[in-house]
Design a protein around this ligand. Sequence first.
Ligand code: NAD
Length: 461
Amino acid sequence: MTSTIFKKHIVCIGAGYVGGPTMAMIAARCPEYAVTVVDINPERIAAWQTDSLPIYEPGLLVLVRESLGRNLFFSTDISGAIHKADIIFVSVNTPTKTYGEGAGKAADLQYWEKTARTILQVSGSNKIIIEKSTLPVRTALAMERILNANDKGLHFEVLSNPEFLAEGSAVADLENPDRVLIGSRETESGLKARAEIVDIYAHWVAPERIITSNLWSAELSKLVANAFLAQRISSINSISALCEKTEASVGEVALAIGTDSRIGPKFLNASVGFGGSCFKKDILNLVYICEHYGLHEVARYWESVVMMNEYQQQRFVTNMIKVMFNTVAGKRIVLLGFAFKANTSDTRESPSIAVARKLLNEHALVVITDPKALDNARIDLHDCAGRIEFCDDPYEASRNAHAIAVMTEWDHYCELDYARIFKHMEKPAFIFDGRNILDHKKLFTIGFNVFSIGKSPLKHF
Ligand SMILES: NC(=O)c1ccc[n+]([C@@H]2O[C@H](COP(=O)([O-])OP(=O)(O)OC[C@H]3O[C@@H](n4cnc5c(N)ncnc54)[C@H](O)[C@@H]3O)[C@@H](O)[C@H]2O)c1
């Protein structure tokens, strides 16, 4: 069903961190397609049409504005949009199951299946359905079976086009992706649908960066990409623990190994650990799938990446308590940053959550500051109301504090006036740099006791 104005109607189900930016980019680069993003959350849909977008990403507001109302639309009329659509991207959340079989590991596919059933119910024409969400390998098979078990004579071609954008650089990643991956059945109708989707991306992505594959390779590649990225972080973090015992410096080790072109320099920053909605969820999903196929050794191997991440977060807090004379009770401790990484407001699985909770358990007075993520922080820690302070201004936050912990690598944290901060802190004053972004020698000269990740501490006692 195409209108006379637009070549095709694209619909995206799920207006989140992936659906919103991805569709804004497609709309901007493909003005002849109508792109409608739908969601069950009316507040989200409303916010996409204002200057206060529901998520923060550098460059996103300008991108959305380019096409909003022209060929980019946001709506809660899911059935109406599906009915008109030729191509449907499904970008709903796929969290880890919290109940029943596979709880804590398997993907919870209830939102996914509901979406498939809605598509089936309201469709009156053939459609291409694209898995944009990250899903267990072979999910497309279930999707195909649900959709094509219809008595309307309709055909639904299911493809996998996983999204590789990183939050914080979503617009740049979409504009200039390392690759776009499109998996389909290798049948006549599968290859035809694949070509249609290639055509969309070819509006702005060079042909050699558009990779095509079979459906299962595309589904699995997304899980594996996240597993490998997280594995690198856990690998360097494991070495950071060893560095702290041996007076080696993890930054120097990372530089030395990263210059080997077989290893490469990226993703070798030791830190308090990875966060975000995807890494842990996708690895646990991989672990579950391996167990399902009886590959227990493979499952244990990948599971250790998550365990190492938890160890690193735990180690960070344990070290804080130990060096602050074995108690933080009643001490004001500032978390500098709450987002799971810089340039995003997203706090899902942020190490700050675990660190804040552990400090609260030790009866510390926790103060949280972040330039973009305070609203989400308030939601994440709603059960701790009254025991925790949220503060926009890092200078105010650190007044009378005993310690500062850098949790997010926001650029401007490097440019704060630490001499001014030191002056109004309790002494001895501590800085725990969970991202290794500050000038540690300078801080030490100011008077701070400085503890970083994978480096010998600089202390005045
Ligand atoms: N966030 C990332 O950086 C990222 C990157 C790549 C891939 N992914 C994957 O993309 C998927 C979406 O992630 P996200 O971060 O955008 O999630 P999100 O939670 O930000 O957005 C998902 C949206 O889907 C909506 N939704 C859920 N069920 C629905 C339904 N039945 N009908 C209509 N809308 C529905 C929710 O209301 C929500 O707004 C996940 O599978 C995730 O693993 C995420």
